[in-house]
Design a protein around this ligand. Structure first.
Ligand SMILES: *Cc1c(COP(=O)(O)O)cnc(C)c1O
Length: 464
């Protein structure tokens, strides 16, 4: 082979040295998460132009590639794997989940089916069982490990449509969609944008969707639900992205099921409330749905990317996602038949590692910890003069100041300190910001620091 120097002993030594260097750099990065600026400063961002090289004709030394990535890359990271990142609901990365992921990457084997990687299949089967158990969903539900809630919801919505059509005698796989009976889709008015994206990809145009009106907390109002029938897919939310609220499942799902509808739950982060004795009542009745999406990379604090598609009806998901080939005919419920991916890393391994290390009690403690931090933060902000827009039932605190300009000024000034970061939102047509508690690294002192910063910025506005 040209270009590759095949002195094997030398290659192996180089590989090990390179890995050791990367491990050392990663450890250094991780050990600095406590003090790191949360959002990179202007010089670090400007230095990113250093990556703008021409594609080299002759390859450059591998160690220089890692050094460049660390040298320019690490200072320009957003420290979402740190204690004071309150944006979105991203979680950090649990040490054991990151460590398991590193070992899994060294294995570099795909996890489409047991033949390709017996160990991945074995561990993911356990992770799947534990997920159904900890979420207390119908036993025997199937779990596909995908890249994101976006793709997992896409595959489950595809399964829903195919199943409703099959029940009417329409074979989607053979005859496609042209001339097929119409499938209706009902989504909450406050549906997450990634559900809209999934529906769009599946061919449900925005103007055809039926919106279920929501109350001031962002929950679907059962009495105002559009009519449901046996050709309807109904999407509900466990954890509205701004307020962290839950649709009233018990008031909706039994009737929806009786009408023959397919009920899908977007539980990207909120479904973890099932693991907490205190929070569980928020999810009452969610187990009656047909399918559920949940992320690992948000509240469970696994590394990116990691999500799960959970379906009560194995055949429905395995049929919709089937990718059996003569050379790769797995069992019906092989992972490649449960998600969009064929080749993929064993995303279930970090889930397994996190659940094994936290145990039931640890997951519950994680959820309760963030809920109590959110309640504390909301109380301090309210007392200090902010308007907290939601009831704060979970881990999301939605906040605004006297007017849009003040809200935006405070958010920008707070994030410029480098000590904290969180993003803007819009609620009922007005500017707001959303503070998410979801990192295992966030201490109560970090939460108080955030409150101190926000309250002092609010006071500055009052003086001006
Ligand atoms: C984050 C989120 C999603 C999308 O999840 P990804 O894993 O980023 O694709 C969907 N729904 C809700 C409620 C979310 O919070």
């Amino acid at each position: 082979m040209t270009g590759l120097s095949f002195d094997l002993a030398n290659e192996l030594a180089t590989e090990l040295a390179l890995m050791a260097d990367a491990d050392k750099r990663a450890a250094h990065y991780t050990s600095g998460t406590q003090e790191r600026r949360v959002y990179p400063d202007t010089p670090s961002l400007a230095a990113l132009v250093g990556f703008e090289e021409v594609l080299p004709d002759v390859g450059l030394p591998a160690d220089s590639t890692i050094a460049l990535l660390d040298g320019l890359g690490s200072p320009a990271t957003v420290a979402s794997n740190g204690p004071r990142y309150f944006g979105f609901v991203v979680g950090a990365s649990l040490p054991v989940a990151s460590a398991a992921e590193r070992l899994m990457l060294a294995w570099d084997q795909g996890a489409p089916l047991a033949m390709a990687s017996p160990v991945s299949a074995a561990v993911e089967a356990v992770a799947a069982r534990w997920m159904v158990d900890i979420l207390d969903l119908p036993r025997g539900s199937v779990v596909g490990f995908g890249t994101s809630a976006s793709t997992c919801s896409l595959s489950l919505l595809a399964a829903a449509r195919r199943t409703l059509l099959l029940r009417k005698g329409w074979d989607l796989d053979r005859d496609g969609l042209f001339g097929a009976p119409e499938v209706k889709v009902v989504v909450p008015a406050k549906v997450h944008v990634t559900i809209l994206k999934a529906l769009r990809i599946l061919g449900f145009g925005a103007s055809r969707l039926l919106l279920a009106p929501c109350d001031v907390e962002g929950r679907v109002i059962p009495k105002q639900l559009p009519p449901l029938d046996d050709m309807t897919i109904l999407v509900l939310q466990a954890g509205e992205v701004n307020t962290g609220e839950f649709d009233p499942f018990d008031a909706i799902i039994p009737a929806a099921k009786a009408a023959g509808a397919w009920v899908h739950i977007d539980g990207a982060f909120g479904l973890w409330a099932r693991a907490s004795t205190q929070a569980r009542n928020l999810t009452q009745g969610v187990e009656q749905a047909d399918s559920w999406t949940i992320d690992g990379h948000k509240w469970l604090n696994t590394p990116y990317d990691c999500a799960m598609a959970i379906c009560r009806h194995t055949d429905a998901l395995a049929g919709a996602m089937n990718s059996d080939a003569a050379y790769a005919s797995g069992s019906a419920a092989a992972q490649k038949n449960l998600t969009l991916e064929f080749s993929r890393r064993a995303r279930g391994i970090p889930v397994w590692a996190a659940l094994r290390t936290l145990g039931r009690a640890g997951v519950e403690a994680l959820v309760d910890h963030h809920r109590s931090q959110a309640a504390h933060l909301a109380a301090r902000l309210r007392k200090g003069g902010f308007e907290v827009l939601n009831r704060v039932v979970l881990n999301q605190v939605l906040v605004r100041a006297a007017n849009d300009a003040e809200t935006n000024r405070i958010r920008e000034a707070a994030t410029q300190t480098g000590e904290v970061w969180f993003g803007p939102s819009v609620w009922e047509g007005r500017a707001a910001f959303r503070l998410s508690l979801s990192s295992w690294r966030t201490t109560d002192a970090d939460v108080d620091r955030l409150a101190d910063i926000l309250l002092s910025l609010l006071a500055e506005g009052d003086e001006a």
